[in-house]
Design a protein around this ligand. Structure first.
Ligand SMILES: [Zn+2]
Length: 273
């Protein structure tokens, strides 16, 4: 644990939070081919240097190894964000969209940095676009989409992206978002017993969903919906315990990780966990 006194700690620079990511998942840095000498430039060019824009990064707690860093923006408090997303979804369901943050000037205003409200780990399915479903605008959601909204077994790129949003961008709410009629989950159910070879990398894609198929066995109700939910629950569980970055802030309650499912027919998102 870093024992430097909080009051003597200089304002976070982009290099410090990234150092946290490096310690937590060196693979992330390697995978984006950012070497040590060019990291600062990478952050500057990618518009991730929110510290430079005068925002107090809420990653101080992680960088210092302390538990109680305050979130400088009340709107990013996980409870506040968790209230905001269903409100947007309610607008979506009732056709009362306000389309926030969709004008060119909204995009331009974010050119120098971002401070998203939440990470959404969603399915790649074309019908489940988080910004639309929650009626949010540019810069609001840090979206990681992969078929089946897989977390465990998805590899370091998915987990590293989520860790990056938390450690560097200061996000404090993660939502794993499954959806009805998920094709990846259907495929996992269909092929779990058949043990047949699937073409290309599709087998590798559905393999991580198999534990959810087993977990849902014996649950009353619709089998597909049960596996969809179990798959989300497994993702939530994995992220809550993901060392060393997410587990640390999840344990203190500073980071909230929730599950949700989106019903295609109604547009309604049900949050749980
Ligand atoms: Zn899907």
């Amino acid at each position: 644990m870093n024992t430097r006194a909080k009051e003597t700690q200089p304002a976070p620079t982009p290099a410090e939070p990234l150092a946290t990511v490096e310690q937590g998942d060196e693979r992330f840095v390697n995978d984006v081919n950012v070497n040590r000498s060019s990291r600062r430039e990478f952050i500057r060019l990618s518009g991730l240097a929110v510290g430079a824009s005068g925002l107090a990064l809420p990653t101080t707690g992680l960088a210092l190894g302390t538990a109680g860093s305050a979130i400088s923006q009340p709107a990013r408090d996980p409870a506040a964000v968790l209230a905001r997303l269903p409100t947007g979804n309610n607008r979506f369901v009732h056709g009362q969209l306000v389309h926030p943050g969709r004008k060119p000037e909204d995009f331009a205003a974010l050119a120098e940095g971002q401070a998203p409200l939440a990470v959404i780990v969603g399915c790649a399915d074309s019908r489940v676009a988080p910004e639309l479903v929650f009626d949010q605008g540019v810069g609001d959601l840090f979206v990681v989409r992969v078929a089946g909204n897989i977390v465990s077994g998805a590899g370091p790129i998915v987990k590293g992206s989520i860790e990056f949003a938390v450690a560097v961008l200061g996000v404090r709410l993660i939502m794993v978002l499954g959806h009805s009629q998920c094709g990846a989950v259907k495929a996992a159910i269909e092929h779990i017993d058949a043990n047949d070879a699937l073409p290309g990398s599709i087998g590798d894609l559905i393999d991580p969903i198999r534990p959810a198929v087993l977990a849902a066995k014996g649950r009353p109700g619709d089998k597909l919906n049960n596996v969809i939910r179990a798959n989300v629950e497994k993702g939530v569980e994995r992220l809550k315990g993901l060392d060393p970055i997410l587990s640390k802030v999840a344990k203190t309650g500073e980071l909230k990780v929730v599950g949700a499912t989106y019903e295609l027919r109604t547009g309604l998102v049900e949050v749980f966990g």
